[in-house]
Design a binder for this molecule. Structure first.
Ligand SMILES: NC(=O)c1ccc[n+]([C@@H]2O[C@H](COP(=O)([O-])OP(=O)(O)OC[C@H]3O[C@@H](n4cnc5c(N)ncnc54)[C@H](OP(=O)(O)O)[C@@H]3O)[C@@H](O)[C@H]2O)c1
Length: 286
């Protein structure tokens, strides 16, 4: 390919792995990077000396999936995580731009404060968490430099989400589960997310896109949905608070769902209202 391969940075992660598999299945020349010794793909540890990064000579599209994704890790070590999530990510972006790449940066609803639902793509970021601040900082730089598309995601859920599978198994045995009454999610299927990213890589539209479930629900609501599907009593879902787990208030924004108008209007894509895989067939453990 004259303009080079596609590069999935962070191909061992949940999204990077699934994206690389999708690109390969679509017959697109794509390679991944890994920070793991002997890992699949080109060695690239954002925490290591950039001289150790082995980048392809020409890159058409680079999907920046690698990051320290734990909100708690970012809170505890803002400087160390910012070195990876901001400084080195921007350094890598510069190098990839120099190799011809359009940059696709995976960001988060946490660039907003969560005070109101359905923030639009053009509303100014207002993060409350260190993780959100780091993402907003990278967004700002990449958008200012151009040649980049920012894709903000709400909660991405795989088809066989261990949380839901575990709940289904416990509830099906008639045993209780605990779930937060005061933490919400707007789940979006992993499969849809990789479809969006692959489409963004083709269209290279630039600007900001939101990928969001249709609405927020609490984790307790989700657990009751699972209970209903496996024929368990809703009362088996015991509501707890995130505060009981020692989590700070900013870990649980009141709203996470985003307005995804640009995704619909520019790319013609709309997320399913609710991931079908979180509603397994009745009577079967998820
Ligand atoms: N999943 C979601 O719900 C969600 C929502 C909003 C935004 N996002 C964003 O989407 C992107 C991908 O998320 P994900 O769910 O796939 O996260 P993930 O499963 O935690 O994957 C993150 C990847 O980054 C890699 N990584 C961490 N530190 C690194 C370093 N120093 N150098 C190189 N690679 C490093 C990890 O490597 P190892 O595998 O070796 O640990 C892992 O492969 C992230 O930027 C995340 O912030 C995700």
């Amino acid at each position: 390919m004259a303009d080079g391969c596609e590069l999935v940075v962070g191909a061992d992660g949940q999204i990077g792995r699934a994206l690389l598999a999708r690109l390969a299945a679509d017959g697109r020349p794509a390679v991944g990077t890994s920070r793991r010794p002997g890992g699949a793909g080109r060695p690239l540890d954002l925490a290591a000396d950039p001289a150790s990064w082995e980048l392809p000579g020409r890159v058409s599209v680079a999907y920046l999936c690698a990051a320290v994704t734990s909100v708690e890790a970012c809170r505890r070590d803002p400087a160390g995580t910012a070195a990876v999530n901001v400084t080195r990510t921007l350094d890598l972006a510069d190098r990839l731009r120099g190799r011809g790449a359009h940059l696709v940066f995976l960001s988060t609803n946490q660039v907003f404060d969560g005070a109101v639902p359905f923030r639009r793509e053009d509303e100014p970021p207002r993060p409350r968490t260190e993780y959100g601040r780091q993402k907003a900082a990278v967004e700002r730089e990449l958008l200012a430099a151009g040649g980049a598309t920012v894709v903000r995601l709400t909660k991405v859920v795989p088809a066989d989400w261990p949380l839901v599978r575990g709940w289904a198994e416990v509830l099906a045995r008639g045993e209780p589960v605990e779930a937060f009454r005061d933490m919400v999610l707007a789940p979006v299927p992993l499969d849809f997310v990789t479809r969006v990213l692959a489409r963004v890589g083709e269209a290279r539209p630039g600007g900001v896109f939101h990928v969001s479930g249709a609405a927020d629900l609490t984790y307790a609501d989700l657990a009751r949905r699972v209970a209903a599907r496996v024929g368990a009593a809703a009362g088996l879902v015991r509501e707890t608070s995130f505060a009981d787990k020692g989590l700070p208030p900013e870990a649980a924004p009141a709203h996470t769902a985003l307005d995804a108008a640009r995704l619909r209007d520019v790319l013609g894509l709309t997320a399913p209202a609710f991931p079908a895989t979180l509603d397994p067939p009745a009577g079967r453990a998820a």
